[in-house]
Design a protein. Structure first.
Length: 259
């Protein structure tokens, strides 16, 4: 089962995740990170910055989860821009070593296969940071996505476009299509780190971690992964039936076990 860690705040979650990522980079300077966008991973990237001071990050590689299709890559809300602004620049990563799926309509038919080949050539993702949508998506794998899916084009649900409208002037400006790592791609990463904050995510988290494994709740794919860590605040943990067990497990976790 996924390890569920219930923390007091987003900052605590960010610190916990950043400790693990910094440890990984110190141990393996060519670590391959799977990078999520959206609001959820921001405390992780913020906490990571001071932890990487003095650490050689010149060989770290990164692969973003997804990108909008047809949005100008220079648009401030393209995930290429978001990753450059929120991850690459503050952490001092080499921009040439951090990739985002190519959402340009021209050549979109082979963009997914190109991305899969690049991940494979890098040796696969060591640690994949994930958020979860209120509809249960991870990456932009909307409900119904195959557990075997690889990087490909998807149509966003109305719910996701409404959730992401806050980043745009108007919901009509939110693209309808995206290119996203598939659930099969995500499941190949060696360690999954799924974070969720706020009561709005409580239902998706409970279903992802404790509900049936179903394509209708793509986040439930974490139950199929041998090393998945789920870090949630109290509000996002609100509907977990085994919350008491998770707290006790975390409280008594031996140091030697690691995250
Ligand atoms: P959020 O999005 O982090 O902005 O809430 C999560 C997601 O859609 O995966």
């Amino acid at each position: 089962m996924a390890e569920v860690i219930i923390v007091g705040s987003r900052e605590d979650a960010g610190a916990l995740a950043a400790d693990e990522i910094a440890r990984l980079i110190r141990a393996r300077p060519d670590t391959v990170l799977g990078l999520a966008t959206g609001s959820t991973p921001l405390p992780v990237y913020r906490a990571l910055r001071p932890r990487l001071a003095g650490v050689d990050v010149s060989r770290v590689r990164g692969f973003a989860l997804d990108e909008y299709v047809g949005l100008d890559p220079e648009h401030p809300q393209s995930y290429r821009s978001v990753i450059a602004r929120e991850v690459v620049a503050p952490l001092g990563l080499d921009p040439a070593r951090v990739r985002v799926p190519n959402g340009a309509p021209d050549g979109i038919e082979h963009a997914g296969a190109d991305y899969e080949a690049a991940i494979e050539a890098a040796g696969g993702v060591d640690l994949q940071i994930l958020g979860i949508g209120t509809d249960g998506h991870i990456g932009f794998n909307e409900p119904g996505s195959s557990f075997a899916s690889l990087t490909r084009v998807k149509t966003l649900t109305r719910q996701t476009r409404e959730d992401n409208a806050r980043f745009f002037d108007d919901i009509d400006d939110v693209p309808r299509h995206c290119i996203t790592q598939g659930l099969g791609t995500i499941l190949r990463a060696r360690h999954l780190l799924l974070l969720a904050f706020g009561a709005g995510k409580a239902d998706a988290i409970a279903r992802a971690v404790e509900g049936p494994v179903t394509a209708m709740l793509p986040g439930s794919a974490v139950q199929l992964h041998p090393h998945a860590t789920v870090i949630v605040d109290e509000a996002a943990a609100g509907r977990l039936r085994l919350a008491g067990y998770y707290r006790e497990t975390w409280q008594h976790k031996p140091d030697w076990q690691g995250l």
